[in-house]
Design a protein around this ligand. Structure first.
Ligand SMILES: *[C@@H]1O[C@H](CO)[C@@H](O)[C@H](O)[C@H]1NC(C)=O
Ligand SMILES: *[C@@H]1O[C@H](CO)[C@@H](O)[C@H](O)[C@H]1NC(C)=O
Length: 297
C-alpha cells in the first residue's frame, strides 16, 4: 500500500506541474472525484449497516462465521479506498469531494446484504466503465487495484446470498452517467463545497413486476421515473449493457407509464438495462431512462 501511495504521489505531482490533461472535458481529477463519490457512499453504507445490525443479526439471516469478520473487512476496504482517493486528489492539487448524506432503503440484515451485493457489482461496473477515460497510467493501475478488490467483494457477497459468484465470463461496464443514475437515489444532499461533477442522471428505471431474480425469456415490467418524456413511445428498446455492446430487446409501452421487456438470451448475473430510442446504439444521446438493475439466473 505504501509503495502505491508513493507512486501515485509522484504521478500526481507531475500531473499538477504539467497542465492538466483533458479528454472530452473530463480530467483524471474528475474521474477520481467520481470514484471518490462512490467510495464515500459505500463506506458510509457499511458504517451504517455495521452499526445497525449485530453479528447475531447476520447469523439469524443465515450468514455464519466467518461471514461477519469478512463483512467488516469489506467495510474497512471501502474506507481505505475512500482515504486513498482523497489523498491522491489532494496530492494532485485537486479538491476531493466530501461525504454527502445518504438514505439507504435497507431495513434489516438481509436487505442490507442484498443492497451491499448490488452496490459492489455497480462498483465493479463503474471502475470498468471509467477505465478507458483515465489518462494517467499510474491512476489506471490504482483504479484497477480497487476494481479487483470490489470484484472479490461482489463475488463473496453473491456466493453468500446463494447467487453465482461470477455469473458470466465478462463484467458489464457502465458509463459515468449510468452509474450516477443508479447511485443518486441514495444521495440526499452534498456539501455545497463539493464542486459539481461532470455527470448527470437519466430518469430512473425500475423493475416493478417481480422481486428477486428472473430468467432469460421471462417478461419484466419496468417503470420509468420523473423526467421521462413519454410523448412518443414508439421505437423504444431495452439495451442490456455488455462489454461488446448492447444485447437488445424491444420495449413495449403498456400505456400506463410502464414497459414490458422479455429478457433476451445471453443475459446473466447482475445486469443493467437502459431504455433507448432506436436500437443502433445506447449512448448519452439516446438513452431515455435507466439503468434498471436486474439479477438474471
Ligand atoms: C440503519 O437504520 C436506520 C434506522 O432504522 C435506517 O433508516 C437505515 O436505512 C439503516 N441503514 C442501513 C444501511 O441499513
Ligand atoms: C418530448 O418528446 C417530443 C417528441 O419526441 C418532443 O417533441 C418534445 O420536445 C419532448 N419534450 C421534452 C420536454 O423533452
Amino acid at each position: 500500500m505504501k509503495f502505491t501511495y508513493v507512486a501515485l504521489y509522484s504521478a500526481a505531482l507531475s500531473l499538477a506541474q504539467a497542465s492538466p490533461v483533458k479528454r472530452a472535458e473530463i480530467t483524471d481529477a474528475d474521474i477520481l472525484n467520481y470514484a471518490l463519490t462512490l467510495e464515500h457512499l459505500e463506506a458510509a453504507f457499511y458504517e451504517e449497516g455495521l452499526k445497525n445490525y449485530t453479528q447475531q443479526d447476520f447469523v439469524n439471516a443465515g450468514m455464519h462465521d466467518p461471514f461477519y469478520a469478512n463483512l467488516k473487512s469489506v467495510g474497512t476496504d471501502e474506507k481505505a479506498h475512500e482515504d486513498f482517493l482523497t489523498q491522491a486528489l489532494t496530492a494532485a492539487g485537486a479538491k476531493p469531494v466530501e461525504r454527502c448524506t445518504y438514505s439507504f432503503p435497507s431495513t434489516d440484515a438481509k436487505s442490507f446484504l442484498a443492497l451491499a451485493s448490488v452496490l459492489e457489482g455497480v462498483g465493479v461496473s463503474a471502475y470498468l466503465g471509467a477505465a478507458a477515460s483515465i489518462m494517467d497510467a499510474t491512476y489506471l493501475t490504482a483504479a484497477g487495484s480497487i476494481l479487483t478488490v470490489e470484484a472479490r467483494h461482489s463475488a463473496y457477497l453473491r456466493a453468500a446470498l446463494g447467487e453465482a459468484p461470477a455469473a458470466q465470463p465478462f463484467d458489464n461496464p457502465l458509463t459515468l452517467n449510468e452509474v450516477y443514475t443508479v447511485a443518486s437515489p441514495f444521495i440526499v444532499s452534498c456539501p455545497e463545497t463539493n464542486g459539481a461533477l461532470p455527470v448527470k442522471s437519466f430518469p430512473s428505471l425500475s423493475v416493478s413486476s417481480s422481486s428477486g431474480a428472473v430468467m432469460a425469456g421471462q417478461k419484466v415490467t419496468l417503470s420509468v421515473g420523473d423526467g421521462f418524456n413519454d410523448t412518443d413511445t414508439s421505437d423504444i428498446y431495452a439495451a442490456f449493457i455488455t462489454v461488446t455492446g448492447p444485447n437488445w430487446a424491444p420495449a413495449t409501452a403498456n400505456g400506463d407509464g410502464t414497459f414490458t421487456v422479455t429478457i433476451p438470451p445471453g443475459v446473466a448475473g447482475q445486469s443493467y438495462l437502459v431504455l433507448t430510442r432506436g436500437n443502433r446504439q445506447a449512448t448519452d444521446d439516446n438513452i431515455l431512462a435507466g439503468p434498471a438493475i436486474i439479477e438474471v439466473n
